[in-house]
Design a protein around this ligand. Structure first.
Ligand SMILES: *Cc1c(COP(=O)(O)O)cnc(C)c1O
Length: 332
């Protein structure tokens, strides 16, 4: 697979994650050959897809002898929580930059990130991009103190982070061979785009015929797919994978974001309940619940056929679920 082997990697978790059949959920949504790739079960820092990229980003930070690791997002970020766990694990200081203002109380991922020892900084602006500017200015402050700063972009979305997801393509391929399974389509939630980009680059390097379809949960599909395309190209370049990606190589579905990133939708909530009540699997309201809602309607419309073998990547996020409460049913 190109030169993926040539990148320094700081292993954080044992691999592979489980690939499990989900026949009850599959039957309920008209896809009897449905499988779940359980990246929510990555055995490090409560898991989630971000750990895959972090194995390479943290190795890079250590190679440069970084003292302080900085990254950012919203307070419920799985990426920030996983990065804080990784920083603690390699005994480095961690600064978490959040958009907005500090809430009264920390819940879910925010509480976990503080528990991991990260210092939280708020930009005071609701604009998500305010995080990027503050990361740069904080890194400069750290450097002015004579210390080395390593900035990880939001979502770990960069070519080196995507290399971790390219390796996931090989991991899934090996498991599929073992299970005598030929996936037709792999479906996952798309935020910053590094995960789909890496899977695309990895699948291309291995000449796999899978369709890899994203469900955007963060921005319009046109914007999301442009990011994925750029990152897939950068990742392939970095790993010396001989791949020319065209726009039509990147499939991202629109229509499942609802009122915005991180705002639950009725369809997403229904999908979360369905996965819980059929498979005992907890999805999350920001990413995987909306992605499953997308998969359900793709199956319903026949854009994914009932005869196809489908792998839904459970990219994690359940700690966000714990930040929500629920009406009790007083009728029972
Ligand atoms: C970040 C995240 C995603 C999306 O991954 P990107 O690489 O940002 O597109 C999906 N699911 C969960 C749970 C995440 O935390």
């Amino acid at each position: 697979m190109g030169c993926v082997e040539g990148f320094a990697r700081r292993q954080l978790a044992p691999w592979p994650t489980p690939l499990v059949a989900a026949p009850r959920l599959g039957r309920a949504i008209g896809l009897p050959n449905l499988w779940l790739k359980r990246d929510d079960l990555i055995a490090f820092g409560l898991g989630g897809n971000k750990v895959r990229g972090l194995e390479f980003l943290i190795a890079d930070a250590l190679a440069g002898d970084a003292d302080v690791i900085l990254t950012g997002a919203g307070t419920q970020s799985n990426h920030v929580r996983a990065t804080a766990a990784a920083a603690a694990y390699v005994e480095r200081e961690m600064i978490a930059v959040y958009w907005g203002s500090p809430p009264q109380r920390a819940v879910g991922n925010h509480a976990l990130t503080l528990m991991l020892g990260a210092t939280a900084v708020f930009t005071g602006s609701e604009d998500r991009e305010s995080v990027d500017l503050r990361l740069q200015s904080l890194a400069q402050e750290v450097r002015a103190q004579g210390r080395r700063a390593y900035v990880i972009p939001r979502g770990g979305a960069c070519a080196l982070g995507a290399v971790g997801h390219a390796l996931a393509a090989r991991e899934l391929m090996e498991q599929a061979v073992e299970a005598q399974l030929a996936p037709d389509v792999v479906v996952l939630a798309i935020g910053s785009g590094g995960t789909q980009a890496g899977l695309l680059a990895g699948a291309r390097a291995l000449a796999l015929a899978w369709r890899i379809e994203g469900v955007s949960v963060s921005r319009p599909a046109s914007e999301a797919s442009a990011r994925v395309l750029a990152l897939a190209r950068e990742c392939a370049d970095l790993a010396h994978v001989d791949a020319a990606f065209a726009e039509h190589d990147v499939v991202v579905h629109d229509g499942y974001i609802g009122d915005g990133y991180g705002v639950p939708t009725p369809a997403g909530d229904a999908a979360i309940e369905l996965a819980a009540r059929t498979e005992g699997v907890f999805l999350d309201p920001t990413y995987t619940g909306k992605a499953l809602a997308g998969l359900i309607s793709l199956a319903h419309d026949g854009r994914i056929r009932s005869t196809e073998t489908v792998v839904f990547v459970h990219t994690g996020g359940a700690p966000t679920l714990l930040a929500r409460d629920r009406e009790t049913d007083t009728k029972r």
